[in-house]
Design a protein around this ligand. Sequence first.
Ligand SMILES: [Mg+2]
Length: 167
Amino acid sequence: MAKKKTICIDFDGVLADYSEGYQGKDIFGDMVPNADIATGVLKKNGWTIIIYTTRPATDALKKWLKDNNISYDYINENPDQPEDSKGCKLMADIYLDDRGMSFSSWNAWTMRDIAEFEPNSAASKKKDQEQREFEACYKEGDIWKRGREKRLKNIGGKLQEVGDVIK
Ligand SMILES: [Mg+2]
């Protein structure tokens, strides 16, 4: 039988919506869609699930996890971790985090990814806003009156807005 694997899952931005950022102790966002089903599948497939969060394991947090049917084993602890390796970081096979980057090597792309990094919650909020603006343009009914198109130019290998298409 394959060795049981451990996954550390971040709370804010992965299990609970974090698009509004930190709102205070024991104030949590709505469940990220399908977090209940996904953690249930992991659990069923034999994963040990650790909620790995900056938040303390309060009763309110445990209640939120229970109310939202999140499957997990521990919060901010890995009891299977050897005594001589108990630093701050928990041992796991995978860390699932909205602020994580997967490391392969130190190179120019890694440096660029760090410089341009945006957590998924911020990126999706921005995308939602862009989508709403885009849809609002179409509601006006006349594609040529939308007026939000920007002329794009390749500047140093990146597309940048350089002015309005329609003045
Ligand atoms: Mg997070």
